[in-house]
Design a protein around this ligand. Structure first.
Ligand code: GLN
Ligand code: ZN
Length: 762
């Protein structure tokens, strides 16, 4: 008989009411002292452990809790403190300085944690880094939990391979050496755990899912060395977010348990387990509940799934786990959440997911009948949700179901469109424009607050938005921009704004998840068929257009970005969801065109970040991503100009997709890239409209005309002049008004200077 246990990989830190976030932020503002901070964070640590005890989790993780980010914790633990922070003496000050920067030292870089929307602090290796253990974080957490609750926890540590893969500051040929220098530190951490009586340690190695088979082999040797030093410590080698290609090698690692993700692996882990079996002497830690999405599990289906795996490989022991840390989902359903009952019942957050694991264990050990009522209830809830998800507009559904390839294609090819658009739009050479948003000033934010709190009527709010729009149309005219925008004053967030107006989306009041540090977000929930219900941007855009002779650019968020920044439903594919959103946006594009708007921008800043982890899965994703974009933009006439925007420049890895979008113009971030992208363009000319960001919008600094002229001149060496645009890197909503106006004036002057030069050389 296989022994069955429940195990968790990590729990959200932020607290049900974001107590964690609030404690940090008031400490940073100097409103609370350190003692208060430490005691509040301590409470949050305890609450997380307590919740897991209450949910009867057998193997509870410790050490996943953090004061900011678990990767930063690991870097600090190994004394990877960049030189610029070493003059700080206090460890907590140093820690927060690395995360947030000081007036003298910029913070460490932050980047996406694999393909999630969590961001970690990138560890910085420096030649001068002295490798040593500053403290033993997993051990401290283990002891704390033991002292508080008498519970034996499973300390968590980021694995050596993953830690180095996520770091920067070294060349490829230094990797081996750095890994070797870390080995003694890992041994020290684990030895101290072993000596303290720890039974199990969880070593997270998610980077193995993208590792080459040579790497999986080489890393095994590292684990051999480590294991020899801690023979009595049981190691759970945990992978997640996908399958490991070199599965056969992985299962020979000298560890006592191997954790596999059976949810986000596209079925590959199951295939491997079936094909190659699973070692009889190891614990199979099976990720069976989705750790990254918010839907209730179909308990009956999950029970058969895991029963089948057990029957197949007959491991001595199985741990039922979430597919990854639960850090990516909200803490628990909030008692005050007011959502449609049918939706609410279909949701499951971290705490509810733990309960699901416990039920599954019961079903496995006592037989399905023991949890029969729960199985039925879950199935019923999901069925109800599916009914609730159905679109209500039969005409639109029929139209969407009857799309054919011509609906994904503009009537004429780019060069032909360019000629037509040049005639109808009457733009100068090197037209200037902005990316969409203008400063969301304190007045704009307070107006929205008043309206949300019903202190202002719709009419009052609309009037305010119109006034602000008019003010900025005048400012843009005064600056001399060529293609104007309405300024996006009515939007707080580029996804939320559309989600609130489309059918199929829900927004919660309390379902927060950590995005980075103390920043939490409430991603929209796509629970149903996404449908266009009413024009979303026409009123604002048409109003702006009525104020000027210049062209006003309509502004939409693209289907892939809306999908990637939401919690998607899982009963249909991501591609199908993207197509539904795209089709709804297509209606908006058509409405804008019909209302006389001749330039329409569909932003896709999140297109690249949606790339699957494994390169072998990229093509499929990129293909439907581009199709979605074209579905939303292809029904317009040839003289309507479609723009898109992305917040990065080095698009070498997705250049075919960029082409494939068939946008008339793409504007991208560029001001901070160092020539590399231009070298690339020189070798691989991009022949559609291209706007390279000529100034950095992340800083209040006003760049000079000369600086921007330089960027334009360099770009014009490699870009065709008759389709080159001049614009800032991204939207300006976080900037202040004076610096925005000054910078845009300089930008327009730089474009004029460039036009003169071109005229002289002509
Ligand atoms: N149109 C959006 C804006 O200007 C684009 C934002 C983005 O690219 N992230 O704010
Ligand atoms: Zn951008």
């Amino acid at each position: 008989m296989t022994i069955v246990k429940t195990s968790n990989l990590g729990f959200p830190r932020i607290g049900l009411n974001r107590e964690w976030k609030k404690a940090l932020e008031s400490y940073w503002k100097g409103q609370t002292d350190r003692e208060t901070l430490l005691s509040t964070l301590d409470e949050q640590f305890s609450t997380a452990i307590k919740t897991q005890i209450d949910q009867q989790i057998d193997v509870i993780p410790s050490g996943d809790f953090t004061f900011y980010d678990h990767v930063l914790d690991t870097a600090v633990m190994f004394n990877w403190i960049p030189e610029r922070f070493r003059s700080l003496k206090d460890p907590l000050d140093t820690y927060f300085a690395m995360a947030r920067g000081t007036k003298d030292a910029v913070s460490s870089e932050m980047t996406k944690w694999f393909n999630t929307n969590y961001h970690y602090i990138v560890p910085e290796y420096e030649k001068s880094t002295e490798f040593k253990l500053t403290h033993n974080k997993p051990l401290e957490a283990y002891e704390k939990a033991k002292k508080a609750f008498g519970v034996e926890t499973k300390p968590v540590v980021i694995g050596l391979y993953t830690f180095v893969s996520l770091s920067k500051g070294y060349e490829a040929n230094e990797v081996k050496e750095i890994q070797q220098r870390l080995v003694p530190l890992y041994i020290q951490v684990l030895k101290e755990l072993e000596e303290a009586g720890v039974k199990w340690v969880q070593i997270d190695e998610p980077a193995l899912v993208t590792a080459s088979s040579e790497d999986v082999k080489a890393v095994k040797e590292i684990y051999q060395t480590i294991k020899e030093s801690v023979p009595a410590l049981n190691i759970l080698l945990q992978t997640y977010f996908d399958s490991v290609d070199a599965y056969e090698e992985l299962i020979t690692y000298p560890v006592e348990a191997i954790g596999l993700d059976f949810v986000h692996d596209q079925g590959r882990n199951l295939d491997q387990v079936k094909k190659h079996g699973f070692p009889k002497d190891k614990v199979l830690a099976a990720g069976v509940i989705d750790g990254r999405n918010i839907w209730r599990s179909d308990l009956g289906e999950r029970l058969s799934f895991i029963s089948e795996v057990i029957a197949d490989v007959q491991p001595k022991e199985v741990w039922l786990q979430p597919s990854s840390s639960l850090l990516h989902v909200p803490v628990a359903k909030h008692p005050s959440e007011q959502l449609e009952e049918k939706l609410l019942n279909g949701l499951s957050y971290a705490t509810e997911k733990l309960a699901e694991l416990t039920l599954l264990k019961e079903g496995l050990t006592k037989g399905a009948a023991a949890i029969d009522a729960d199985i039925t209830e879950a199935a019923q809830a999901l069925l109800t949700l599916k009914e609730f998800a159905k679109g209500t507009n039969a005409d639109l559904t029929a139209e969407r179901n009857n799309l054919s390839s011509k609906d994904f294609k503009r009537p004429a090819a780019f060069e032909e469109r360019l000629r037509i658009q040049n005639e109808s739009l009457e733009l100068p050479l090197l037209p200037t424009t902005t990316i969409g948003s203008f400063p969301q000033s304190a007045e704009v934010r307070s107006a929205r607050q008043k309206w949300r709190k019903n202190e202002w009527t719709d009419a009052e709010y609309d009037e305010f938005i119109q006034k602000e729009t008019k003010r900025w149309i005048d400012i843009q005219e005064e600056i001399g921009l060529d293609v104007l925008v309405h300024g996006e004053f009515e939007r707080t967030d580029m996804v939320e704004y559309f989600g609130e107006k489309l059918a199929g989306f829900a927004f919660t009041k309390f379902a927060w998840v950590q995005s980075y540090g103390s920043r939490c977000v409430k991603p929209p929930i796509i629970y149903g068929d996404v449908e266009f219900t009413e024009p979303m941007t026409v009123k604002e855009t048409v109003y702006a257009q009525s104020l000027t002779e210049k062209k006003v650019k309509g502004m939409l968020t693209g289907p892939v970005t809306i999908l990637n920044w939401s919690f998607p439903r899982t009963d249909i594919s991501r591609k199908d969801i993207a197509f539904q959103i795209a089709f709804a946006l297509r209606k908006e594009v058509e409405a804008l065109e019909k209302a006389g708007i001749q330039v329409i921008q569909v932003d896709e800043p999140a297109l690249r970040e949606g790339l699957p982890l494994k390169e072998s899965d990229w093509a499929e994703y990129l293909n439907w991503a581009a199709e979605s974009f074209r579905l939303s933009t292809s029904s317009v006439q040839n003289d309507t100009q479609i723009h898109t925007h992305m917040c990065y420049s080095n698009f070498e890895d997705i250049v075919d997709t960029i082409e494939d979008l068939d946008a008339d113009v793409i504007t991208i971030e560029h001001s901070r890239s160092h020539g590399g992208f231009l070298d690339y363009l020189e070798k691989h000319p991009y022949l559609k409209g291209l706007g390279l960001g000529v100034y950095d919008i992340h800083s209040p600094r006003v760049p000079s005309v000369e600086e921007m002229s330089h960027i334009i001149d360099d770009a014009l060496n490699v870009c065709p002049t008759d389709r080159f645009w001049v614009n800032p890197d991204c939207g300006l909503k976080t900037r202040q008004e004076p610096e925005t106006i000054a910078a845009l004036k300089n930008m327009v002057t730089a474009a004029e200077v460039a036009r003169k030069k071109l005229a002289q050389h002509a």
